[in-house]
Design a protein around this ligand. Structure first.
Ligand SMILES: [Zn+2]
Length: 399
């Protein structure tokens, strides 16, 4: 395959460069020189004048087994508990083929928005085989491996035994998860997940304190459990809603512990804004979002995800990555923006937006640091969907 030269592309720092892609890898990102590429004979050239060129973004948290089921149910409009009940009422109808079809359709939407790495959680199935949906998504993961990386997190439930969790890993789960805040003893529930994760050698991504109650302390307990179990740097806490409702002192203590334990956070503003606080009157209910500014200031690795995509938990929306990144900004009161000649730090703009971070740079074959699984996904086999036309007005405003 001939190399592809992306000519005159604008990067986030405002510079205009020519990017050369060869055998699926970015091999050069040099200063723009139209005279060179306009006469080049041995490369395919794409003129990117007026386009912004971004690293492929990452979707760090979604639920492919639930996605696109919103039209099957009547919304209850009574928050997370009602949405979970609604999901369970129709979950028995979910088959392998159904999960595959909806999962593939959702991944296609994500790919078209530029995402080449996705982490999905998957529920325990309610039929004879509790791993049915997991097996379907593992099958889907293998079928899309040539264009994107898919990680599957098996969600432990109240009905799950340690043996079931071990079977999930054997069946292909990349990580173990759960929603311990729904258990009678959240700390014990997440400890059980950590035990099996330690036995099977996988990392953990938990739905943590997905509630407004400031007394919820699963996240604080998780800090101690991680520090004492050798899981430092291997645990992600998704949601962290109650953290935002606690006093500044309580919050600072927990965040300091999270930093020591290397716990990363995935904030999920869309679902949290939709579900949290529905029972409260008026429009001044708590925002229900992880406190991103304080987490980022503490050096916590933070990402933003779409979570639910047109299902009982969030019946509207699309998994478009730049939309999620924008949502992080307006919903979480994050500071700063991206202007010409200035960009946020890698953890602020890259991870917090679900982006791969790090920007475009020459990377020789073998240097695959941008992808969570170590694989580089620069693709020349299809139109570069992650290009966004900025237009003259946008460029002028950026200066
Ligand atoms: Zn979730």
């Amino acid at each position: 395959m001939r190399p592809l030269l992306l000519g005159g592309a604008r990067l986030l720092d405002g510079s205009v460069v020519d990017v050369t892609i060869k055998d699926g890898l970015v091999v050069d990102a040099g200063s723009h020189d139209a005279a060179t590429w306009e006469t080049g004979a041995d490369v395919d050239v794409e003129d990117l004048d007026g386009y912004l060129l971004l690293p492929a973004p990452v979707e760090p948290h979604t639920h492919l087994d639930k996605a696109l089921t919103g039209e099957r149910v009547t919304p209850t409009y009574d928050g997370l508990t009602g949405a979970a009940r609604t999901w369970q009422q129709q979950a028995v109808t979910v088959s392998r083929d159904d999960v595959l079809r909806r999962g593939r359709d959702t991944l296609r939407e994500l790919l078209w928005s530029g995402a080449t790495a996705v982490r999905t959680h998957v529920n325990r199935s309610c039929g004879e085989d509790p791993l049915l949906a997991l097996r379907a998504l593992v099958e889907l993961r293998e079928s899309v491996a040539d264009v994107m990386s898919l990680q599957v997190v098996y969600l432990s439930s109240k009905a799950s035994s340690p043996e079931e969790l071990r079977s999930a890993v054997s069946a292909g789960a990349d990580l173990l998860g759960g929603a311990p805040h729904t258990a009678a003893d959240p700390a014990a529930a997440q400890a059980a997940v950590l035990v099996v994760a330690g036995q099977t050698g996988v990392d953990v991504d938990l739905h943590t304190d997905e509630e407004l109650d400031p007394a919820a302390r699963a996240l604080a307990a998780l800090v101690g459990q991680v520090l004492s179990s050798g899981f430092v740097g291997r645990v992600t806490a998704s949601h962290c809603v109650s953290l935002g409702t606690q006093t500044p002192t309580e919050r600072a203590d927990t965040i300091a512990g999270m930093s020591s334990a290397g716990i990363g956070v995935v904030a999920l503003p869309s679902t949290n804004l939709y579900l949290q606080g529905r029972a409260l009157p008026g429009s001044s209910s708590p925002r229900g979002i992880a406190p991103l500014r304080e987490l980022l200031d503490a050096g916590i690795l933070v990402a933003g995800g779409a979570d639910n995509i047109r299902d009982p938990f969030l019946p509207v929306g699309r998994p478009v990555r730049d939309g999620v990144a924008a949502g992080d900004r307006w919903s979480s009161h994050r500071r700063g923006g991206v202007r010409r000649g200035q960009r946020d730090g890698p953890s602020d703009h890259g991870a917090a937006s679900g982006g791969a971070g790090g920007g475009l740079a020459r990377r020789p074959p073998g240097d695959t640091s941008n992808e969570p699984d170590g694989r580089d996904r620069a693709s020349t086999s299809r139109p570069p969907r992650h290009l966004r036309r900025t237009g003259r007005r946008a460029q002028h405003r950026a200066t």
